[in-house]
Design a protein around this ligand. Structure first.
Ligand code: PRP
Length: 220
């Protein structure tokens, strides 16, 4: 039954999956500007159905998973797409969700990342963290967490963190200092590889609409 529902949706209008969390507001602004949807009623409902579209709300790390499994279009951070090595088509980088993935340590214990051999690093990004330290030939141990990463070095269960930094306020509030940027991050538009072929015209029209909007200098 559920599968039939999904297939029906896949045949009908476009399906979007948006990340709950820091990219949600700007994602809705983008869809609003394109005349798709302005607001989603507040509540616990995770599926919002419009006339010719469906919007699903998911955790940011799950957005690429839904798109890989058949949802047409998603908005996800480049950090998440690269961490998961998601098999999706990426037609566009979006002009929001700009931040960076960085290494941070407790204030007063700043050091070069090349001197972190044997360190325990708390992070939601084990793959990107290992790739980064491997590229330096530095062996580290990963402590995988799902959020509030800043806590780990504060209570002494990790030596450092790898996490998203935007304003730097969260680090400062937790007595941490950014010592090295691993990568710049922004939001990506991601598309299911099969939908890109089977719904080519509609997806292309949507992507072109977003491109035009960005070209016109739209800022969220
Ligand atoms: C991210 C990150 C930091 C915060 C950094 O959290 O994990 O906690 O943003 O932003 P700042 O530099 O502007 O303070 P996010 O909201 O993505 O959720 P999380 O706490 O689940 O990681």
């Amino acid at each position: 039954m559920r599968y039939e529902w999904a297939m029906k949706r896949l045949k009908d209008g476009l399906n979007f999956v948006l990340p709950k969390g820091r990219l949600m507001k700007d994602s809705l602004k983008l869809l609003g500007k394109l005349g798709i949807v302005d607001t989603i009623p507040e509540g616990r409902e995770l599926i919002y159905e419009g006339d010719n579209f469906t919007i699903l709300l998911a955790k940011s790390f799950d957005v690429p998973v839904y798109v890989e499994h058949g949802v047409d279009i998603g908005i996800a951070g480049s950090d998440v797409v690269e961490e998961l090595e998601s098999d999706v088509f990426i037609p566009l980088e979006l002009p929001f969700g700009i931040c960076r993935l960085s290494v941070a340590v407790l204030k007063g214990s700043e050091l070069d990342v090349r001197s972190m051999e044997g360190f325990k690093i708390a992070t939601k990004y084990p793959n990107l963290t290992l790739k980064f330290f491997n590229s330096l030939n530095v062996d580290v141990e990963i402590l995988r967490l799902s959020g509030s990463i800043e806590l780990a070095p504060r209570i002494g269960i990790a030596d450092a963190i790898v996490d998203i930094v935007k304003t730097g306020r969260t680090l400062r509030s937790n007595g941490l200092v950014e010592i090295h940027k691993i990568m710049d991050v922004s939001a990506f538009l991601i598309v299911n590889r099969i939908s890109q072929k089977t719904k080519f015209e509609r997806i292309n029209a949507f992507v072109n609409g977003v491109k035009e909007l960005i070209k016109s200098g739209w800022e969220c």
